[in-house]
Ligand binder design. Structure first.
Ligand SMILES: [Zn+2]
Length: 65
């Protein structure tokens, strides 16, 4: 999870970004344009969505154990 420098825009909707995650991670939950390389910037809304989706994933993993 990286800090976002000022002026970065969400890679998904173009709004101001608050977080960046790896493109590989992002591509699990979102359609990432330009392939899963480098970093993806997320705005507040998309980051919230990402957290929700990734949490669900972790819960499933926990059930497996
Ligand atoms: Zn966004």
């Amino acid at each position: 999870m990286g800090k976002v420098s000022k002026g970065e825009a969400c890679s998904l909707c173009g709004k101001p970004a608050v977080k960046s995650i790896s493109a590989v991670e992002a591509s699990k939950y979102f359609k990432v344009q330009g392939g899963a390389r480098g970093r993806i910037y997320l705005c507040k809304e998309h980051y919230k969505e990402y957290k929700k989706l990734s949490k669900k994933d972790r819960e499933i993993e926990r059930l497996r154990w």
